[in-house]
Design a protein around this ligand. Structure first.
Ligand SMILES: CC(=O)N[C@@H](CCC[C@H](N)C(=O)O)C(=O)O
Length: 389
């Protein structure tokens, strides 16, 4: 492959410049209006001969027609941001107050744009569907997109995606056969008691105290109810309740997430949460409700396909390939992989701050690495194989 894939420009903009522009406009799931408009305007500047473009909600689907297609390859990027106040040193910080691309979706989008630009002018034998998917951070765009007519009209036979990894050096791809990311379930617990004057606690049912007890009890689930040879996480990331320091809180809300390696553990964790919440209702004379929000299927990499990908990248010396352990991160790309064979991999971006941190600054040199890895792999796959390992 020539260097063209990595020096690709849209309307005079490099992939890094496009990443920086996207970094400035992070938007929550299903509100990616400015992002969608920006993507569409850039895509319109590409050679259109082989392209067909559709929108799905706030997402974009681009089919690059192959010259003699037998298969459709799918490459997916997520496009939403997170409710985080940015604290990077960038001079291209988010212009959307309280929102930030702190999970790398700006990097992911620029890589997908690089892949798309390359194949728009170097079409494959096979079709390529580039998917710009909304709402990965929640409530999940993959499941409804999979069920949509827009996606199914161009449904790929094989799918792939990547996620930036702060802990790996630039020039690394890390993945594995089978389980890569966990099963996830969101968790929202509402507690309702009786508010009142801070000086008369005996006449109230204090939901700050009930919530604090419940959070502590929830921490016992992983330690005492999950097989130590399996794994789970129960995190409460947000606690709200009360109105003022001298008013006893009538309500409280806990917001969190559950992560498990197996569905057996997910069922067991949920059963324990329900038992503990019921105990809080009895013990603190209050009412409680549980909502599990969005649930994502584990990311399960197809063994032969991911093995072949790892061997290809290693053999062509496109990146350092690491056979990594599974992670407790979640990804609704798992929902695509439950329906369509494929795989996901981590892309090293070498930054001291982790995903979802207000100071994360991924190394942009990783964009070219990823575009090269993906374009070379897909071109090789389309040139001779049947799409399966
Ligand atoms: C890669 C990544 O960070 N993904 C998110 C997915 C969120 C799923 C859902 N909203 C939840 O919180 O359960 C993650 O937090 O792992």
């Amino acid at each position: 492959m020539s260097d063209e894939a990595v020096t690709v420009q849209y309307d005079g903009l490099t992939l890094v410049e496009m990443r920086r522009r996207l970094h400035q406009i992070p938007e929550p799931g299903y509100e990616e209006f400015e992002t969608q408009a920006q993507l569409l305007s850039w895509i319109a500047t590409l050679p259109q001969t082989h392209l067909e473009v559709r929108t799905w909600r706030t997402g974009v689907l681009v089919l690059v027609h192959g010259t003699s297609p037998r298969l459709t390859f799918g490459y997916r990027t997520d496009i939403d941001g997170l409710p985080i106040v940015e604290e990077t040193s960038y001079d291209f910080k988010s212009t959307h107050p309280g929102f930030m691309h702190a999970c790398g979706h700006d990097m992911h989008m620029s890589i997908a744009l690089g892949v798309l630009a390359h194949f728009a002018s170097h079409p494959l034998k096979d079709n390529l569907l580039v998917v710009f998917q909304p709402a990965e951070e929640g409530p999940g765009g993959a499941k409804p997109m999979l069920a949509s007519d827009e996606f199914n009209a161009w449904r790929p036979d094989v799918m792939m995606a990547l996620h930036i990894a702060p802990e790996y050096p630039v020039g690394t791809v890390a993945t594995r056969e089978g389980l890569l990311f966990a099963n996830t379930s969101e968790l929202f617990i509402d507690l309702a008691g009786q508010g009142g004057h801070a000086a008369y606690p005996h006449r109230t049912r204090d939901m700050i105290v009930a919530g604090a007890h419940l959070i502590t009890q929830l921490q016992s689930i992983v330690a005492r109810n999950v097989d130590p040879l399996d794994s789970a996480v129960v995190t409460i990331g947000k606690l709200t309740g009360g109105t003022k320091q001298n008013i006893i809180a009538e309500t409280a809300r806990l917001e969190g997430t559950i992560r498990t390696m197996s569905m057996t553990a997910m069922t067991a964790v949920k059963a324990r949460i329900e038992a503990l919440v019921h105990g809080i209702e009895v013990g603190f004379e209050c009412q409680a409700s549980i909502d599990y929000g969005a649930n994502y299927t584990q990311v399960w990499n197809d063994g032969p396909l991911v093995r072949e990908f790892m061997e290809f990248v290693r053999d062509k010396d496109l990146a350092q390939v690491v056979d990594c352990p599974p992670a407790m991160t979640g990804e609704d790309f798992g929902d695509f992989l439950a329906a369509i064979p494929g795989f996901m991999f981590w892309l090293g971006v070498d930054t001291p701050y982790g995903l979802h941190h207000s100071k994360i600054e991924p190394n942009e040199a990783a964009i070219d690495v990823a575009v090269r890895v993906i374009t070379e792999y897909v071109a090789w796959k389309s040139s001779g194989s049947t799409g399966r390992g």
